[in-house]
Design a protein around this ligand. Sequence first.
Ligand code: ATP
Length: 270
Amino acid sequence: PSITRGVTVEVPKVTWEDIGGLKELKKKLQQAVEWPIKHSDAFSRLGISPVRGILLHGPPGCSKTTLAKAAAHAAQAAFFSLSGAELYSMYVGEGEALLRNTFQRARLAAPSIIFFDEADVVATKRGDSSSNSATVGERLLSTLLTEIDGLEEAKGILVLAATNRPYAIDAALMRPGRFDLVLYVPPPDLEARYEILCVHTRNMKTASDVNLRRLAEDTELFTGAELEGLCREAGIVALREDISAAVVCDRHFQVVKDSVKPALTKAEID
Ligand code: ATP
């Protein structure tokens, strides 16, 4: 198998406006990502080192991946995506090779962002997993550390990692010069849910009885991914009812909303 398997290269099209809510977080990310990439000379002039790695943590489906893509878009950076779970499942040595290869390609393509999803699978605290898997994880982790440390001289490369188990991340990754910035990506609050619903209905023809404010109030435990699914499904329900339907009505949203069992629990959002 090719060692480039599982790596995608592109400047993503997603923008900050495609992400509902998270205003402050977007601002922080924008600074941390765009400044070092766009103004790397200013950093060297002042003798300050930019953030090299950012850890995004929070429940699944709440836009960690989308934020990383939007950051890459804003900085017009090539986007390399790696998955901890995928690396972990590869043959001996193949995962390390893919890691090294991805960093190498990111260097050549700079400015670049390397997005590392499910980081905890690889970057688990040493000694946390069973003896056999620990060796696989440890080798991947030490390769990752070597590559991140090697970015010191490289300009315009940033590693964004995502996890929903931040407590499982090995302390070695959290040292200065590695993941210097840790950002929590929370589930959407009322205002964010409203904005997410706006984003995902903006290209839909909706009837005048559709009230996104009320829908946001009625979807308390929904993640961004579930809200996106709700909008899409409502459209499908409308079509199923009448294949020549011109608009999606409130009742279509209601039917879908009532059928969704949110993955988040009340305890997780408080
Ligand atoms: P996972 O941990 O499962 O990888 P994630 O946190 O990376 O999830 P994403 O993959 O970014 O989440 O989001 C899943 C989908 O939900 C995306 O298609 C995205 O469009 C939508 N979504 C999530 N949050 C938002 C948001 N705040 N605004 C708009 N869309 C959102």
